[in-house]
Design a protein around this ligand. Structure first.
Ligand code: PRP
Ligand code: ZN
Length: 293
């Protein structure tokens, strides 16, 4: 069988060249075992061990590249997917690169609620989502379409308010603007083209998804180890929020055991105190690199 790189099976994946999503997307790809380098210098990068090539693009262009089938998959913010109103399949929400498209006005402004914006000028790089938001509420606004530095427009009297991405809120604050309401909550999405794909590509995508799911589950989980008296085992088992039964191992010291389990990270601190109360000691928590069920 010919297993050489061939364009009917090689997957092409679009990622953001530099910006909010880049580092975490690169970490995720490395985390699922895809090896490559020189992504900072090249626009197209071949991976060494997976039938995948990466295309490094401006995030704004990614939805269309995927829609048109130039790339099979793409990692891009929901903000771009929905602003471009593209026909793509959203395979996964990845819970990083979180931000929101929000409306902000100067801090002393009377523009606070959506209805205050009737007839006002709003500057944005997200005209589609912004227009639709106000239209849905029967409010007509004047759109000022701008591709960058939107936050400066109220000071220049180019607009009364803005609709822009907010993450930490630092940019708004630095420009004397106050966030008023949210139009769209955004996170990184993994999207797939709706163009027909070869059997080989479909299989690769399944494999890719399985690895991403394993990576994501691992990120949210921790491996926990502790020692406990044999008499506490039942209480401890009941406290552990793990899906599966924990591993219990005898220790050299009689009447003591080691208990190992995997638990959701967000429950670790709550559970840890209860475990101590139940008699557990030497509690250790470790990160997990990947998990395949
Ligand atoms: C957005 C937005 C602001 C900044 C807000 O730009 O236009 O400039 O992020 O972030 P903050 O609330 O943490 O200050 P982004 O970096 O996404 O660039 P892009 O829209 O040009 O891709
Ligand atoms: Zn952008």
């Amino acid at each position: 069988m010919n297993r050489s790189l061939d364009h009917t099976t090689s997957l092409r994946i679009a990622i953001q060249k530099s910006g909010r999503l880049t580092d975490k997307t690169i970490d995720l790809l490395h985390g699922i075992g895809i090896e490559f380098d020189n992504y900072k210098r090249n626009l197209m990068v071949k991976t060494r061990n997976f039938d995948v090539e990466l295309l490094l693009l401006r995030d704004d262009d990614i939805p269309e590249y995927v829609q048109d089938g130039i790339c099979d998959l793409g990692f891009v913010g929901a903000n771009e997917v929905f602003e471009k109103n593209t026909r793509v399949n959203v395979l996964r929400g990845l819970n990083y690169g979180n931000c929101r498209l929000a409306v902000a006005s100067p801090k002393d402004s009377a523009l606070v609620n959506p209805s205050d914006f009737e007839g006002k000028k709003i500057a944005t790089s997200y005209p589609f989502l912004t227009k639709r938001f106000f239209e849905d509420q029967g409010i007509s606004i004047e759109m000022v379409e701008i591709s960058g530095a939107v936050e400066i427009t109220p000071q220049l009297h180019v607009a009364d308010a803005i609709s822009d991405l907010v993450s930490t809120g630092g940019t708004l604050k630095a420009n004397g603007l106050v966030e008023r309401f949210t139009i769209l909550e955004s996170e990184t999405k993994l999207i797939q083209t709706q163009q027909a794909l070869s059997e080989g590509k479909q299989q690769l995508i399944q494999k890719f998804l399985q690895r991403i799911d394993g990576y994501q589950t691992a990120k949210k989980s921790r491996y926990i180890l502790m020692n406990a008296p044999l008499s506490s085992v039942e209480t401890i088992k009941a406290l552990l929020p793990s899906m599966k039964s924990p591993t219990i191992m005898p220790l050299a010291e009689t009447e003591m055991v080691a208990i190992h389990s995997v638990i959701p990270y967000d429950q670790f601190w709550d559970v840890m105190e209860q475990l101590q109360d139940a008699g557990a000691s030497d509690i250790v928590m470790l990160p997990i690199e990947s998990m395949i069920a």
